[in-house]
Ligand binder design. Structure first.
Ligand code: NAI
Length: 678
């Protein structure tokens, strides 16, 4: 093997004894590769030189442990001056990959770890793809999550390779595939163990097999005659998840495919134009912002702050059980303590269901189950690096528990509580070292909700906060430090919005109409259905606590339903009725004329409370508040977060609306003092 002199910053080129060129992606000063302008320009230069010095074949691989290439450089999206600039940038990327596709020699992408977005599009421009079969290999086109669709030829090359249904599913859903699934669907030629990767690539170059291409009915799905039907079906599927005015990218992708699949050259140009339009639009700009907010929140936890191998969870109810199951899935040894054997057995069953869905491979499921250990007597407590208490929401019970367990804890163990309403300052009173108690406030369902609020009580040591945030990163959750105040951030901003929805229902607006208004604003679930899902008893207890502290009236309707035993989904009836866990609509709402201000009433109470939280310093800054609210409540990501939304619509205008609502409905709409602060 001869290494060429290192004239490139981001690539390394070697020739072996078979005259095969091995081109390593190795972006300078970065842990992962991406396709920045500079990386692409160097690639263009390298490929151009093959004209005069043609190797037998080319293998593109990565020198980074993290994986192949993670995508485009998203930072560059934020520096675009306009649509024309965007189209030029995309066009240039396409030209580089076109050059790769046009090489008259066998070309192989040799993939391990992440192969996403532009990285997969580069692999698609090679004749062959060979992937490491390990579970950490992920192949995907997640561009829709950023409000765009593939732009480096992915939309042109993928459908003929896999057939339209699988290709469109990958691009519209944005979910990555494992190497095995990718092999089955024809996206990669071979999925092999890591130790065979290079041999497989060499063999492929020296004895090139026929190229993969969709055949039979799969090829037919791209035909002009089949397209309209499939396009209609795809649009219907997309419409279930995303509205066109909120998320235009998936619809643009279907249009592109339908209009131009039969003319690849034209489609390439249209692909660039479509992405350029999307990327400059409001949705993509907001979603890119959400991406950076997420990165920012990740950086709030530094894994090095804590070496965690063993977690002990006390309380195996709704929350404790799911927290324990999640931690074990993320690779930690977990002991789960509860007073009841039946509860522990239920958690093991729930955990198994989760692992089956998420891990799929029997050996991975078994390994996770082995890490989750029911522990009725608390034998794991003295060995744990992190102890999470998730027993009933009861001050005396929690204080008594801390008193009992404190002497048994490891000296440096983090002690965390999942309490949603009891001040840490009260809870820590029974501890001889109160500074170690920190809040780790998870949300239900744990496996879906990325956010964890890190609650710092007046006594909590900074170190405990840092370690709790670091722990979140070990289990792949997003930490958000919040002040110890009623409702912290998420429940605090959600509750006035939920209560306004209940008030509307009390006034006679049908639940389905209220929920529909929130969905149209872009919330992931209507507030009435959310209340039913959380449980009306839980809503009522949080509402009571917040109403005492924040002067927030609780509608009588909530109490009335709880007293009648209608607790929501779990009891089979709340605002809605549920049959086998499925919501059953009551009454027809088609002809109902909804009051014009229902969205304003709900959303302005939400926004008013976020403004109050910022003013009170519940969260340090507006960006983090936006991130917390998006990842904790699902607040319309395409709007970029509540503070961003306020800036866009205009503070004065929104404040004025609140004043109007106050005149009409009373002081619960009084604008917070934060509206007049800069
Ligand atoms: P739950 O009532 O479902 O479960 C509590 C569990 O703790 C029961 O299984 C009980 O047997 C066990 N337990 C009680 N005392 C114990 C003791 N001394 N030793 C061992 N086990 C004991 O409660 P849930 O809903 O899981 O809530 C737990 C905590 O999480 C509460 O502090 C709650 O405020 C908080 N939380 C609840 C959320 C929810 O949506 N349910 C969301 C976020 C936080």
């Amino acid at each position: 093997m001869t290494a060429q002199k290192p004239e490139y910053q981001h690539w390394r080129l070697e020739r072996d004894e078979h005259d095969i060129a091995w081109l390593y992606a190795d972006k300078a000063n970065a842990a992962a590769n991406n396709l920045s302008k500079a990386v692409l320009e160097e690639l263009y230069d390298i490929l151009s030189r093959f004209k005069d010095d043609r190797p037998q074949g080319l293998v593109i691989l990565s020198a980074k442990a993290s994986g192949f290439i993670a995508g485009a450089d998203i930072n560059e999206f934020t520096t675009l001056s306009g649509q024309k600039d965007a189209e030029d940038l995309i066009g240039r990327g396409q030209a580089v990959l076109d050059r790769l596709a046009a090489l008259d020699m066998p070309t192989v992408a040799l993939i391990h770890g992440f192969c996403l977005g532009g990285g997969l599009e580069l692999a698609l421009a090679c004749r062959y793809r060979i992937a490491d079969e390990a579970p950490k290999t992920k192949l995907g086109l997640p561009e829709v999550n950023l409000g765009i669709h593939p732009g480096f030829g992915g939309t042109v090359r993928l459908p003929p390779l896999m057939g339209a249904p699988a290709a469109m599913d990958m691009m519209l859903g944005g979910r990555p595939l494992s190497a095995r699934a990718a092999e089955k669907l024809g996206l990669v030629d071979y999925a092999v163990p890591a130790r065979h990767l290079k041999v497989a690539a060499r063999e492929t170059v020296l004895r090139p097999p026929p190229r993969k291409q969709a055949t039979g009915w799969k090829a037919w799905t791209n035909h002009k005659l089949a397209q309209p039907l499939l396009a209609r079906y795809l649009e219907k599927q997309v419409a279930k998840r995303a509205r066109k005015d909120h998320y235009p990218a998936p619809y643009a992708l279907i249009d592109l495919w339908k209009a131009h699949m039969d003319d690849p050259r034209r489609m390439m140009r249209e692909e660039a134009a479509s992405v350029a339009r999307l990327v400059m639009g409001e949705t993509a700009q907001s979603l890119v912002r959400v991406f950076f907010l997420q990165e920012r929140m990740k950086s709030l936890g530094d894994k090095k702050e804590i070496d965690v191998k063993h977690v002990h969870v006390i309380g195996g109810g709704v929350m404790g059980g799911d927290i324990a199951a999640w931690c074990a899935m993320r690779g930690l040894r977990v002991t789960l303590q509860d007073r009841s054997h039946e509860t522990l057995a239920r958690v093991m069953k729930r955990a198994h269901d989760l692992y089956k869905k998420r891990l799929k491979q029997p050996r991975d499921i078994q390994a996770a189950m082995d890490r989750l250990i029911p522990d009725i007597h608390g034998a794991g407590l003295p060995k744990a690096d992190v102890v999470i208490e998730a027993i009933f929401e009861d001050v005396d019970a929690k204080q008594a528990l801390y008193k009992e367990i404190e002497p048994k804890l490891k000296k440096d163990a983090v002690l965390a509580t999942n309490t949603s309403s009891i001040p840490l300052e009260t809870l820590c009173k029974s501890l001889s070292r109160p500074s170690r108690l920190v809040g780790l406030h998870f949300f239900n369902p744990v496996a879906k909700m990325q956010l964890v609020e890190i609650v710092k009580g007046a006594q909590t040591a900074d170190k405990a906060v840092k370690q709790a945030a670091a722990f979140c990163r070990h289990i792949d959750r997003l930490p958000l430090p919040v002040k110890s105040a009623p409702g912290f951030l998420v429940n605090r901003v959600l509750m006035p919005y939920l209560l306004e929805a209940v008030t509307l229902e009390e006034e006679g607006v049908p639940a389905a109409v209220i929920d529909q208004a929130a969905l149209e604003f872009g919330m992931p679930m209507g507030p009435i259905e959310l209340a039913d899902t959380v449980g009306l008893d839980i809503c009522l207890s949080v509402a009571r606590i917040l109403s005492q502290q924040l002067d927030m009236p609780v509608p009588g309707r909530l109490e009335q339903l709880v007293n009648a035993g209608r607790l929501g989904r779990k009891s089979g009836e709340g605002f809605y009725r549920y049959e086998n866990g499925k919501k059953v609509y009551r009454g027809e709402t088609k002809d109902y004329a909804a009051p014009a201000d229902i969205t304003d009433r709900m959303m302005l109470r939400f926004l008013n409370e976020t403004v109050a939280c910022l003013r009170e310093g519940i969260v340090d800054e507006a960006d983090l508040l936006d991130g917390g609210v998006i990842f904790g409540t699902g607040f319309a990501p395409f709007r970029g977060g509540p503070m961003r939304y306020i800036d866009k619509i205009g503070r004065e205008q929104l404040r004025h609306k609140l004043e109007t609502l106050e005149l009409k409905y009373g002081p619960r709409f009084r604008p917070d003092a934060g509206w007049s602060q800069a």
